[in-house]
Design a protein. Structure first.
Length: 452
């Protein structure tokens, strides 16, 4: 009995220490089993208390009256599967006739308290089937990206952050060609951008950067960039070169469309991904670090340049997808006060990511035309959680995410490792950053001046 007591005390002490210091290990060792048992024991009563049951069928009531038995209880949704994961539980339910998936979405907060979970989210898999994803601990407090599975890899699809339900948040450029990232100073916007660059570095893609803060964010990563600009005039010339490159790609697609009566429709090329691999141009990702610096002006000449820049960005956003040109625009604010054309540009940016913002107006710039709930979630981000953000798209769906911390030194090392994958684009050759061979000494990174 004494030995059993000692072992029990050691197990309890280990569980307490793991829950305090290593919540992920605690969940795998103890939490998943305890939470599963708690859910199964409380399931029927919780569903009834949350109003997620339906009255018994009429034939059951009639049978009870004939047999002089008690009235049957209300029926809860049938459990199809309960699957533990490394961050929580996935509960798949079969809805009863008359139930709606929206009822489960509205009851997620009550389910979280009733089942003793950290978070609960609901999604409809198909008609009549709902999955509740429950997290057992705060997965965004200490972000640990899971190992990528072989089936998760796809062209232009990279993992950049972790979602609050424990799933990986991907930035899929083919599904969402253009994105907008907002965030105040020290909100984690730069770290998110570094994770984006680190995810793109191993791929066959050309990176183009516009960093008007004298290049302090993007120029250290210059070895992996095909073109960089650090001031408004260079940015204007670079955007004009991209527009010309886009026109050349469209001419190539037109020449290779193979439109003929004898050719099946599936073989007709409409964008670069329909072209043969040997003819396909390399896709281009344009990263703009601070969009406000491109839109501000102080005199008439700068206003003309600003209008030219915004027009070029709008053209790339409207027409660039089929040519393999994708935009990722970052800024602290992105409202109509930046001048004409800005709201037109924002309307083309399907993906929206908002870090901590200083006011509700800034959150409305990202999600005001998408989801009021996402606006509320964005303004509730605390200053002591840098990197925490709200990601959404034009469908109205949104989720809290957090990117793993990546230092500038780590990003530079990774870009240097994949420097040999940097493609040479003739249209952007004048903007290729001039970098010396790696040495022990610090070498300033400069942009090659544009020749007249």
């Amino acid at each position: 009995m004494t030995a059993f007591t000692v072992v029990l005390l050691l197990v309890v002490a280990s569980a307490v220490i793991l829950r305090w210091r290593r919540p992920a290990w605690y969940w795998v060792c103890f939490g998943a089993v305890l939470a599963s048992l708690r859910l199964l024991v409380r399931y029927a009563s919780v569903m009834e208390a949350c109003g997620l049951t339906v009255p018994p069928a009429r034939w059951r009531l009639a049978l009870a009256r004939v047999a002089n038995r008690s009235v049957p209880e209300s029926r809860a949704p049938r459990i199809l599967r309960l699957r533990p994961s490394r961050t929580g539980l996935a509960l798949r339910l079969k809805l009863r006739p008359g139930q709606d998936a929206f009822d489960f979405s509205a009851a997620t907060d009550r389910l979280r308290h009733s089942f003793g979970m950290y978070g609960v989210s609901s999604r409809e898999l198909r008609s009549g089937v709902v999955e509740l994803r429950m997290t057992g601990y705060d997965v965004l407090k200490r972000v640990r990206m899971p190992t990528e599975k072989p089936g998760d890899a796809a062209p232009m699809r990279i993992p950049v952050a972790l979602r609050e339900d424990g799933a990986v948040h991907y930035r899929d450029f083919r599904a969402v060609p253009h994105g907008l990232t907002l965030g105040a100073t020290e909100s984690g916007k730069s770290v998110y951008l570094r994770n984006l660059v680190c995810g793109l570095a191993p791929l066959d893609v050309a990176l183009v950067g516009i960093d008007c803060k004298q290049g302090v964010e993007l120029f250290p990563l210059a070895r992996r960039f095909s073109a960089l600009a650090d001031d408004q005039q260079t940015a204007l010339d670079l955007l004009d070169a991209l527009v010309s490159h886009m026109a050349d790609v469209y001419r190539l697609i037109r020449a290779q469309q193979r439109i003929s009566v004898a050719v099946p429709d599936a073989e007709i090329a409409a964008d670069i991904w329909d072209l043969p691999a040997n003819l396909r141009p390399v896709p281009v990702v344009v990263l703009v670090d601070e969009v406000a610096e491109l839109a501000l002006f102080a005199n008439k000449d700068e206003e003309k340049r600003r209008d030219h820049i915004v027009t070029a960005l709008v053209r790339l956003a409207q027409l660039g997808r089929a040519a393999g040109i994708y935009l990722e625009i970052c800024g602290q604010r992105f409202g109509s006060e930046l001048g004409k054309g800005i709201t037109m540009l924002r309307a083309q940016l399907t993906g929206r990511t908002a870090h901590r913002v200083n006011d509700e107006t800034s959150a409305n710039m990202a999600f005001g035309d998408i989801s009021p709930d996402a606006v509320l979630a964005a303004i509730q981000i605390s200053p002591d959680t840098p990197g925490l953000a709200v990601a959404g798209d034009s469908t109205g769906g949104w989720a809290r995410i957090r990117a793993p911390h990546t230092s500038l030194r780590d990003a530079v090392n990774l870009c240097n490792t994949y420097a040999d994958r940097t493609p040479d684009l003739p249209a952007l050759a004048s903007f290729r950053p001039a970098v010396a061979a790696p040495t022990q000494a610090l070498v300033p990174l400069k942009t090659t001046p544009v020749t007249a």
